[in-house]
Every structure is written in C-alpha cells, then in structure tokens.
Design a protein around this ligand. Structure first.
Ligand code: GTB
Length: 215
C-alpha cells in the first residue's frame, strides 16, 4: 500500500520546487499520506523500466498497490478523490474545484510554459525578441482574468482545494518573469499557498533531494 512517486535525481530548477513532482508531494502532504520517492536521472527516464510507468519518459509518476499513474493533473485528481482534504464534499463545489485543476493546466499554464521554453526552442531566431512582449501579454490576459475572479478572496472557490494547489504551482512558474508582481492579489494568493504547512514540508523534501545531489 506504500505510495511511490518519481522525481528528478538532480532537479534543473536548483531545488526551487518548480518541477512537477512538487504537485504530487504537496497533495500527498495535504492528504497526510506517507510516500517514498524513486529518484531518476534524465537517462533513466528514457529507459524501458521508467517508460513502462510513463510513456513519455518524464516525471512525476505515482505507484500504489499495482496502480501506476502519470500526468501530474491525473495524479492530483486521484489523490484528491481518495483522501480527505483536497476536494469539498458538496457535489457542485467538488465539480467546481476540479474545474479549477483543469483551468490551471489547460488555460493558465500553456502561455506560461511557452514563455519559459521560448529561449531554449527559439532563442537563436531573429524574431525571438520581438515575440517576447506578445507572449508576456498573452500571460497578462490570463492573469487579468484570474485576478478579477479572485478579487480579495482567499482561495478560488471557498475553501482551499486541489484547484488552488494546482493554480498556485502553475503561477509559481512565473518566478523571475516579473509578471506575477503586477498583480498584488495573485502574489498574495501564491504566498498563502506557500505558507501552508503541507506545502512547506513538500518544498523542504524536494530541496533536501537537490542538496544531497550537489553535496
Ligand atoms: N504534462 C506532464 C505532467 O503534468 O505531469 C508534464 C511532465 C513534465 O513536463 N515533466 C518534466 C520532465 O520530466 C519535469 S517537470 N522533463 C524531462 C523530460 O521531458 O525529459 C517540468 C520542469 C522541468 C524543469 C523545471 N525547472 O528547471 O525549473 C521546471 C519544470
């Protein structure tokens, strides 16, 4: 019955908790479920043993009692469905919280990832610099809308939920871009998520892995 997840053996984010295993770690901490971590190198991720768990050769994965899952959104949803603490009991509120998981992944994250990856995939093209303001404005459109929705409330829909967990971690990917700081209520929202004891434990655990790798 032990849960095992996978994470980077040495995360390229320098221990900042930006890799997607953080979504699973935080969810398991909120759900108060103990878990083991199998650390994988970039090479091992593309080998048959890991590809059997994850067809795209990535992290995170989740294993429990013969069940093997990949995709951080699906893993979060699975954890939230099976343990208390991440989804409301009321059916409509539960459906709305699940909607926010999808919104974070399908509506807010894509333009953020596009900006993040642009230097690697197109940084050497003559038009790259011209595209940067367009990409930033695309993100602003989503942040404007999210900021309006959140207003001065604490979480996206009532009590903290898996939807907030996913949204906070998606917004964290803007660190260093200066964009989140343009929205004080969204910055405060992310800070509220980061202040949760379960987040703190998850963050400390992934940082310990990174520190052990560089020592
Ligand atoms: N849709 C999948 C999910 O949500 O689970 C995406 C999984 C994914 O992109 N995994 C990445 C991975 O395994 C790690 S999280 N990459 C290795 C590969 O594809 O070969 C993405 C990530 C990586 C690094 C940083 N960073 O350095 O800041 C942040 C996020």
């Amino acid at each position: 019955m032990t849960i095992t997840i996978t994470a980077f053996e040495s995360s390229p984010d320098g221990g900042k908790g930006l890799a997607r295993d953080m979504r699973v770690r935080w969810a398991l901490e909120e759900a108060e479920q103990p878990y083991d971590v199998r650390l994988v190198s970039f090479r091992a991720m593309k080998e048959p043993a890991h590809l059997a768990r994850h067809p795209f050769g990535q992290i995170p994965t989740y294993e429990e009692d013969g069940l093997v899952l990949f995709e951080s959104g699906a893993i979060l949803f699975h954890i939230a469905q099976h343990h208390a603490g991440l989804l409301p009991d009321d059916a409509d509120a539960r459906a709305r919280a699940i909607t926010w998981i999808f919104a974070a992944l399908n509506t807010v994250e894509p333009p953020i990832v596009e900006l993040e990856q642009a230097p690697y995939v197109e940084g050497d093209r003559s038009w790259h610099k011209e595209r940067l303001p367009l990409m930033r404005d695309r993100i602003r459109t989503r942040l404007d809308q999210l900021s309006s929705h959140l207003g001065d409330t604490e979480w996206l829909d009532g009590a903290f939920s898996a939807g907030d967990l996913m949204m906070v971690l998606v917004l964290r990917r803007l660190e260093g871009s200066g964009l989140l700081e343009e929205y004080p209520n969204l910055s405060a929202y992310v800070a509220r998520g980061e202040a949760r004891p379960a987040y703190q434990r998850a963050y400390a655990d992934q940082l310990a892995v990174f520190k052990a790798a560089v020592d």
